[in-house]
Design a protein around this ligand. Sequence first.
Ligand SMILES: [Zn+2]
Length: 162
Amino acid sequence: MPTLLTREQALERIRAEVGRPSCLMCALRDGITRTWVLHDADDVLVLVPRFVRCFGHVLVMPRPHCVSYGEVDDTLWARVERASLHAARMLERLRAPRRVYLASTGSAAGELTQSSVHLHVHVLPVEDPDTRPADVFSWSEGIWSQTDEELDALAATYRAAW
Ligand SMILES: [Zn+2]
């Protein structure tokens, strides 16, 4: 069963697992810890993150380290967007959520333990009609941690449907 952790508990776990890398996205890309990759092609990496506010969350990122839209290659960002759209459609097919939220947020405060300056896109299946973006893009109300076994099963399902 996924476990609801406080923000501080989750941050402690992440720091214990990966330390404080200069870029969390690059660290995940480079395999600093176990990741659940759904798709890895043409410099775009698609993962299932361990810590989620919405079950089924998918993360899409460009492999090269880029922190602004001014520096990201147009063709590469188009591939990131295409993979995000593909992930959103996959979530609609598999999970029939009420809505899929799709957003490139990242950190405005520099590199943080739970949020990276490296551009990335969150693809979130929203099940509850009362859920608002502020509810799922913040860890202030806690964060769900999924087990390796849960992530194995979810990633297998997603890979088969990709
Ligand atoms: Zn990076």
